[in-house]
Design a protein around this ligand. Structure first.
Ligand SMILES: [Zn+2]
Length: 217
């Protein structure tokens, strides 16, 4: 169990006094409660105990308040752009094309470096999380460290600073990643949140109706 006096996992400098940090950004996870008549989710711990929940997975004492704010700035930028995906008036912001069975969607008004940083931030948080739902997902300490370093050196507390900071960002060359969403709603369960690691190289996180897949070279 982590304590508020433990070092923040991102900056490794300040105390991790922040409570209720989301591992998966709230805007990606909110679909977990949609379409359910009961309006609650179910969390299962490793002993099989079932608990009703009304918010997505949160954890205490992972980060300091400043680092938590930095994740918030990144998420606000991405939420604003990615959530417009289903809104007709923003359809010109997305380019859609088909290739075989898959439909590809390019978000044209999102900065590539910020999008990569966003994926890094989710994958890294799922990896450092102590929550049982993400217990099946753990990057090697070397890969975890690389993600921490790039996040810590580019995340900022304002969007203006973030835009400057990512100008010289170099994406990590050792893996590829992709975000996949199903064409139709999954039922049942409506959606789920977890992470898995397969055969050392391929890992995936399921924020909610979405799959983030990583392939290490
Ligand atoms: Zn910190």
């Amino acid at each position: 169990m982590r304590k508020p006096t433990d070092r923040c996992l991102l900056c490794e400098k300040d105390d991790s006094s922040k409570k209720n940090s989301h591992i998966i950004p709230k805007f990606l996870g909110k679909g977990i409660f949609e379409g359910s008549e009961t309006n609650y989710g179910i969390s299962i711990d490793k002993k099989g105990n079932i608990q009703k929940i009304q918010d997505i997975i949160k954890e205490d004492f992972l980060f300091c308040p400043t680092c938590e704010k930095k994740f918030g700035v990144l998420e606000t930028y991405c939420a604003l752009r990615l959530e417009r995906f289903n809104q007709v008036r923003y359809s010109k912001n997305f380019r859609r094309y088909k290739n075989g069975e898959f439909e590809y969607i390019d978000c044209l008004d999102i900065d590539n470096n910020i999008f990569n940083l966003f994926i890094y931030s989710i994958v890294w948080r799922v990896s450092v999380s102590n929550n049982y739902a993400f217990g099946g997902f753990k990057l090697s300490s070397n890969n975890e460290k690389k993600l921490r370093v790039i996040l810590n050196s580019h995340l900022e507390t304002t969007q203006q600073e973030l835009m400057i900071s990512i100008e010289d960002m170099k994406v990590l060359p050792d893996h590829s990643h992709v975000m996949i969403r199903p064409d139709k709603k999954m039922r049942p369960p409506n959606s789920m949140m977890s992470g898995r690691f397969f055969k050392q190289r391929y890992s995936s996180a399921y924020p909610c109706r979405l799959l983030i897949a990583l392939l290490y070279r």
